[in-house]
Design a protein around this ligand. Structure first.
Ligand code: COA
Length: 308
């Protein structure tokens, strides 16, 4: 039996920062409204998916003390590929100098958790190390004159090195979900801009995240009180707070980076994970619950027992 452990983590965000006050200068909105309704204070914009993914991937490989030649597969979760063809992961593979295969995965904001579990599946059938990256440049598919979307989004990338280990490894449980009948709630057609029915997404997101997280907790054979750190998709502070309350996980045990990054889609969970690791909030043996939701709708949760 071959399981996985996470050996290194890295992130990248574009230099350009847009504060709520910057947005209020061009849109009919305010720092007070955005902060109160979303928890967001600023976001990074102007990113290019492949470039952010390359930088985050390099940082993760260096953090693991490895060389690009030690990686077998690049798995890029993204909703905003540089182009329809070629796969953005191939650009990333060449940019980092990874000798192995590469593919993209799109499960919207749940993409990183889908990617992490897919990497565990690859390892189980014999793959070596997988570089799992979540990268998105939502600023490129946002109408900056539309205040309902512009205040929410940001760009970024986060990456982890997933390494094979003998035995069951650190991934204790996972589940995926999708409901394509809800596609109208959050969508972006080719060449168009993001559209969202915010209220309905909010309602559904809380329900699916809680159900999915509860299933992952149960399948891991633990209780909610055993979760040392919740690493949720960062879409709205109030969604995270509502989920925490329903799951019975105190907010102090949750990673919040939405104030600095906004909603970065596939990147938001690895950005949060990296923040938790850098600030010393993760110790070996800790139970981490990763959970995300997004367009589709899709959702996914995973419980890890941190191994290093
Ligand atoms: N600035 C100021 N006012 C705004 C605004 C903005 N950026 N956007 C909307 N408003 C106005 C609305 O027009 C409305 O005005 P009205 O009462 O005069 O009609 C009022 O603020 C309230 O709007 P509403 O849409 O009811 O606010 P809300 O509390 O539902 O918050 C969201 C809106 C988008 C923040 C919230 O619904 C949300 O976060 N939804 C989920 C988003 C999400 O998770 N997306 C990612 C999925 S991966």
């Amino acid at each position: 039996m071959r399981g996985i452990t996470i050996r290194g983590c890295g992130i990248s965000v574009p230099d350009k920062v847009l504060t709520n006050d910057d947005l209020s200068a061009t849109l009919d909105t305010s720092d007070a409204w955005i902060t109160e309704r979303t928890g967001i204070k600023e976001r990074h914009v102007g990113g290019i998916t492949s470039q952010m993914a390359i930088e985050a991937g390099r940082h993760a490989i260096a953090d693991a003390g490895l060389d690009p030649s030690d990686i077998d597969v690049v798995l890029l979760a993204t909703t905003t590929p540089d182009a329809l063809v070629p796969a953005t992961s191939a650009t990333v593979q060449a940019g980092i100098g990874v000798p192995g295969g590469a593919f993209d995965l799109n499960a919207a904001c749940s993409g990183f958790v889908y990617g992490l579990v897919a990497a565990a599946g690859l390892v189980a059938v014999g793959s070596g190390r997988v570089l799992v990256i979540g990268a998105d440049a939502l600023s490129r598919i946002t109408d900056w004159d539309d205040r309902t979307m512009a205040v929410l989004v940001g760009d970024g990338a986060g990456a982890v090195v997933v390494e094979p280990v003998d035995g069951p490894g650190d991934l204790l449980s996972w589940n995926f979900g999708a409901d394509g009948t809800l596609r109208h709630l959050l969508r972006c057609d080719h060449g168009g801009y993001l559209f969202m029915d915010g209220k309905e997404v909010f309602r559904k997101a809380v329900r699916v995240v809680v159900e999915s997280a509860e299933r992952a907790i149960q399948d891991a054979g633990i209780q909610a009180s055993d979760v040392d750190l919740l690493v949720p998709h960062q879409a709205n502070l109030r969604i995270i707070q509502a989920a925490c309350q329903r799951l019975g996980i105190p907010e102090e045990r949750t990673v919040m980076v939405i104030d600095r990054y906004g909603n970065t889609s596939s990147a938001s969970i690895p950005l949060a994970l990296d923040d938790a690791l850098r600030s010393g909030r993760v110790s070996p043996g800790n139970h981490l619950l990763l959970t995300g939701f997004g367009g589709g709708m899709t959702w996914a949760s995973a419980v890890l027992r941190w191994g290093r």
